[in-house]
Design a protein around this ligand. Structure first.
Ligand code: ADP
Ligand code: ZN
Ligand code: ZN
Length: 737
């Protein structure tokens, strides 16, 4: 009899990241299982804490004389399958954090939620017998209710219980008396909450193009031969990727396997869902954070009971427990939202790789602008690469103009709009076609640039932009290099150097000054605070309620606007000057996708990219919509600097209310890494990009290595150190690549 349990406490302090042994008291014997959530007395005060049971033991692995009793099982928990533990362990060891945090990630439904029970009244006698019962009731007094119910049962074989007691107004005792008479029985069925509410229309039946079919055939062949692999579909928007995904999903489903379809953002769920629903009907469901706990729990139950074939959703969809997973599809695989912002900072694509391998499932990645990681793997032959190069619905790529804002300034234009963009805006407003103005604010980190020559002040060691900090000093967020803010541009001597400060509001204001009477909509963090504001703004723009939509990167994704014939990108450079090595990649993706927004319908489109760096390769190749050339230049830069994906990088962040402590801890960790067995290059400590956040001082240390596993080992040794020494009130977070 197993009378001891190892549990992990459900809190996130690294020092508690080890199992504790508890005794299972008599009254709970046989009632506790691995995966249960229990309450245990903890610490000196023996305060009750939540804990997860990770194993059951016959003999305690601690001193039996001091072992405490488990207090109780806190609700019946979702039983955690071994696989999910394994997955949690994988996430913990590869991305840092505690087992408890990892378990939070892999358990999409945190606890059992009361199931909805639906009762049905089913008739058990034939018509003749019911009629004779009815005759009997009619002859007696006060039997109206019975007559009503019998009438109903004569019409319908089974009736929802609640309808009888509600609409029909028949009491429970009347139902019971007929049950006793043998006229009916009461069945209860579990009713799952289903978050999907779609009107099933007919989807179009399309014949795949030759290049679409070639992808399907190739993947199908591998699946048929039981060696599904990893695939990358590089295809411009509108090239028919989703059509291919659905056909591939169909292949898995017809083999009795399940499919996870991942999308980067909740906002994109609905349109995708409709298309899948038309193909797969009610065996499609969704999983995301807007579902209620009950809905989430029920989707897991339905999935493990084999009632769902395809689940659609962002990161959390990855953890739906399927009995026989056959395929994971990740659309827009380059999106940053696939990486978790919280500890453990796991990357969904990496986790999907692990799951796919373990389940022998196919992994399909798709994007118009693949991540460097995926394309690099394709180049090395680790992923099969497919390309889709044409739009299948007509519509051509827009004509893209790059305007040099330095030149504009030289020629006396001090407006935030270049002359080309002004002329095109005027034209579109007059023709009553729509325009989008996109302010690139991603990665804005307080960089300093020259308005005359476009020069950005960079770290001499890391080739990333320096950021302005208090007191006018410039700091590198990788290595900690510091220098005073120069008064003059080091390149051309101009005094006109400054940070960039323009917001969407200012753009709207300037636009209205220039074109009185123009109607606008604005989409940014301020206007999208409420839950459905995003959809509202987009749909009113879609309905033509405004001529110009102004926004941040939010407007780049999602909906197609057939009437948009002009896209203006106001500050293309900003994301180039982000203080990390992905700035070029982010910029290329944003510009290529933003420019691609114009000319989706039948009307031809224009895009204007305004920049101080017209010759930067990310700008040049985005304007030409040329991913491959961009990739080859970017990968050369990564190779030169030893940045991922060519090598790997581990970021270690410390944060604490006390500046000196956080810095000292970062320094200690850096020293340990330097002295360790691997002789890895260690950068820093340096103040983080946002040095102080919510009254916490933040420091970073970066470690580079060619081999990911080396970094995992370094991380383990640092975690051990933290466990031994404590963190002195600081937080430590690990961030891979
Ligand atoms: P993507 O996912 O690459 O943006 P979609 O699969 O959404 O592309 O396809 C874009 C448009 O082209 C959709 O309207 C879709 O119905 C249509 N389409 C896709 N494949 C075909 C095909 N083989 N024949 C005709 N139209 C197609
Ligand atoms: Zn200059
Ligand atoms: Zn540096």
């Amino acid at each position: 009899m197993k009378r001891y349990a190892n549990v992990i406490i459900d809190i996130s302090l690294s020092s508690l990241d080890r199992p504790f042994c508890y005794h299972i008291p008599d009254e709970l014997a046989g009632k506790i299982d691995v995966g249960n959530r229990v309450d245990v007395p903890f610490g000196r005060g023996n305060n009750p804490r939540k804990a997860y049971v990770i194993s059951l033991l016959e003999e305690p692995d601690c001193d039996p004389s001091i072992v405490k009793d488990i207090i109780g099982v806190s609700g019946a928990s979702v039983s955690i399958e071994e696989k999910q533990f394994e997955l949690a362990a994988f996430i913990k060891s590869n991305f840092g954090g505690t087992m408890s945090q990892a378990l939070h990630v892999v358990l999409p439904a945190k606890a059992k939620v009361k199931q909805l029970l639906l009762r049905e009244v089913v008739r058990t006698l034939g018509r003749e017998e019911l009629l004779s019962l009815k005759g009997e009731a009619l002859r007696k007094k006060n039997q109206n209710a019975k007559v009503k119910l019998l009438d109903a049962l004569l019409e319908q074989e089974s009736i929802p219980y609640e309808w009888i007691t509600g609409k029909l107004g028949v009491s429970a005792s009347t139902i019971r008396s007929l049950e006793k008479a043998g006229a009916l029985r009461i069945d209860s069925v579990t009713k799952y909450r289903n978050p999907v509410h779609v009107n099933k229309g007919e989807g179009p039946t399309l014949t795949l193009s030759a290049s679409q079919q070639a992808i399907v055939d190739s993947v199908k062949k591998d699946i048929d031969e039981s060696r599904p692999g990893e695939y990358l579909i590089h295809g411009i928007t509108g090239s028919g990727k989703t059509e291919v995904y659905m056909t591939l999903a169909q292949i898995a489903v017809s083999r009795g396997e399940q499919v996870i379809f991942m999308i980067p953002e909740i906002a994109l769920t609905y349109q995708t869902l409709v298309r899948f629903y038309q193909r797969f009907g009610s065996r499609v469901s969704v999983m995301n954070s807007t579902l209620s706990p009950g809905e989430r729990y029920d989707q897991c139950m339905r999935a493990s009971a084999g009632e769902i074939d395809v689940i659609i959703g962002p990161r959390s969809a990855l953890f739906v427990p399927f009995p026989n997973l056959g395929m994971i599809i990740i659309d827009e695989e380059h999106e940053t939202s696939y990486k978790s912002e919280n500890t453990p900072r796991y990357h969904a694509v990496r986790v999907a790789e692990y799951i796919a391998r373990r389940e022998n499932a196919a992994l399909i990645l798709g994007s118009a602008t693949p991540s460097l990681e995926s394309y690099y793997k394709a180049e090395k032959g680790e992923i099969k690469l497919f390309e889709l190069n044409e739009r299948l619905t007509g519509g051509s790529l827009p004509e893209v103009t790059v305007t040099d804002m330095r030149q504009e300034l030289k020629e006396g234009n001090r407006s935030i709009f270049s002359r080309k963009l002004q002329a095109l805006l005027k034209d579109r407003i007059e023709k009553n076609e729509q325009a989008m103005l996109f302010l690139n604010r991603r990665g804005y980190a307080g960089f300093i640039s020259c308005r005359e020559c476009g020069e950005v002040i960079k770290c001499p060691h890391c080739d990333v932009s320096l950021s302005e900090h208090y007191g006018g000093k410039l700091v590198c967020h990788y290595c900690g290099y510091e220098t005073a803010k120069p008064k003059k541009c080091p390149s051309c001597g101009s005094g006109y150097i400054a940070g960039f400060k323009a917001g969407t509001e200012q753009i709207e204001e300037k636009l209205k000054e220039m074109f009185p009477g123009v109607t606008t909509l604005r989409m940014d963090a301020d206007t999208t605070k409420t839950k459905d504001s995003y959809e509202k703004i987009l749909s009113s723009f879609m309905n033509g309620e405004a001529q110009v939509l102004i926004g941040t990167q939010m407007i780049v994704k999602g909906h197609d606007f057939p009437n948009v014939t002009l896209v203006g990108i106001i500050a293309a450079d900003i994301s180039l000057n982000g203080s990390d090595h992905r700035s070029g990649e982010r910029t290329f993706q944003l510009l290529a996708q933003a420019a691609g927004r114009a000319g989706r319908g039948t009307l031809p489109g224009n895009a204007v990219i305004q920049t101080y760096r017209p010759d930067h390769y990310a700008v040049v190749h985005a304007a030409a919509q040329d991913y491959k050339t961009f990739y080859s230049e970017e990968i050369a830069y990564r190779r030169l600097m030893g940045y991922p994906p060519v090598a790997h990088m581990l970021g270690i962040r410390t944060a604490g209310p006390d500046r000196a402590r956080a810095e000292k801890l970062a320094g200690e960790l850096a020293d340990i890494a330097r002295r360790g067995t691997y002789k890895v290059p260690v950068l820093g400590p340096a103040p983080a990009a946002i040095e102080k956040l919510k009254d916490m001082y933040r420091y970073v240390v970066y470690i580079k290595a060619e081999d990911y596993d080396i970094l995992v080992n370094v991380k383990d040794s640092l975690e051990e150190y933290i466990l031994g020494q404590g963190t002195g009130g600081c937080f430590v977070q690990f961030d891979f690549d």
